[in-house]
Design a protein around this ligand. Structure first.
Ligand code: SF4
Length: 304
């Protein structure tokens, strides 16, 4: 039988490549990656790593972000069809139109957007740093693109003057209050962890709210032994590895991101071998997109 793990390691060395994997990837992809993490962590790795090739096991906007931050490196997305439906809900045409009618409004874009949207934005945020970044803009008129759930959470928490783009993550948006209440009733001792891409009414029921990375850290440090995990199920792999003595319960095991699960070992091997699919971004988009990411890093690092 073909040994993908051995052959991937061989190709990686030959090509001076690194493999980055998002927390929502399949467990075998997370295990073989050089770096596994959330969007903020992986984008920093992409920016700072010394390698000729980055193979990004995630979705299209993540590989694009790596390319924006590392324009001289070859950035490869193993599955060309691994897109993010939420990112696709914000189009440059519509955002240009909004900007034309709202020239006094700052555009804050979630990193889950295309390079074109980032290029039209004043600043980017990830779920890990959204609160830190948004505080710097709290006196401005704002438009948050594209996740209306995360935007509602920020707007509510900081009492912002902020318009919300009508986008959502189809995975996090599927959670409903009745299911959460039923699970809390079934597991009364479990702590309910929520990602702010879920609806605000659900997030308000959580014992702890945070990005995937923050949720993972919380479970490592907590003395509690049982958790209801309110985000994409992929993170549970890392939670179990970090805390084998604790119990992690999916709210619904069918709530997973189909796009994130497309990449298999075979795809990763073929990506390294054939150096496909290459991410390319025209300079006139790459440079302004880089600026909105750099402002995000600057604010995050200043407040670290
Ligand atoms: S989990 Fe949601 S936001 Fe993340 S890639 Fe999938 S659809 Fe996009």
């Amino acid at each position: 039988m073909f040994d993908y793990i051995k052959e991937i390691a061989k190709l990686k060395k030959e090509k001076n490549a690194v493999i980055l994997a998002h927390f929502y990837q399949r467990p075998e992809i997370q295990d073989i990656a050089d770096y596994t993490g959330d969007s903020l962590y992986l984008s920093k790795v992409a920016r700072d790593i010394d390698a000729e090739m980055i193979v990004f096991c995630g979705v299209h906007f993540m590989a694009e972000t790596a390319k924006i931050l590392s324009p001289d490196k070859l950035v490869i997305l193993p599955r060309e069809d691994a897109g993010c439906p939420m990112a696709d809900m914000a189009t440059a045409t519509k955002l240009k139109e909004y900007k034309k009618n709202n020239s006094d409004t700052k555009i804050v874009s979630y990193v889950n957007t295309t390079a074109e949207i980032k290029a039209l934005s004043d600043v980017c945020v990830t779920s890990s740093n959204a609160e830190t970044v948004i505080k710097e803009f709290k006196d401005e008129k704002l438009m948050y693109v594209p996740d209306q759930n995360l935007g509602s959470y920020l707007k509510d928490k900081f009492d912002l003057r902020m318009d919300l783009w009508p986008g959502f993550c189809y995975v996090h948006n599927r959670f409903n209050l009745e299911d959460i209440e039923a699970m809390k009733h079934k597991y009364p001792k479990a702590k309910f962890l929520a990602h702010p891409e879920m609806k605000l009414e659900i997030v308000k029921q959580a014992d702890y709210v945070g990005s995937t990375k923050a949720l993972l850290e919380y479970t490592k440090q907590s003395d509690d032994k049982q958790f209801l995990v309110g985000t994409e199920v992929g993170i549970i792999h890392q939670m179990r590895l970090a805390s084998p003595d604790k119990e992690f319960i999916e709210i619904n095991q069918d709530f997973y991101c189909r796009n994130m699960k497309k990449t298999r070992l075979e795809d990763l091997y073929n990506a390294l071998l054939n150096e496909e699919t290459k991410i390319t971004i025209p300079d006139e988009i790459l440079e302004p997109a880089r600026k909105s990411l750099d402002i995000m890093f600057e604010i995050t690092e200043k407040n670290a």
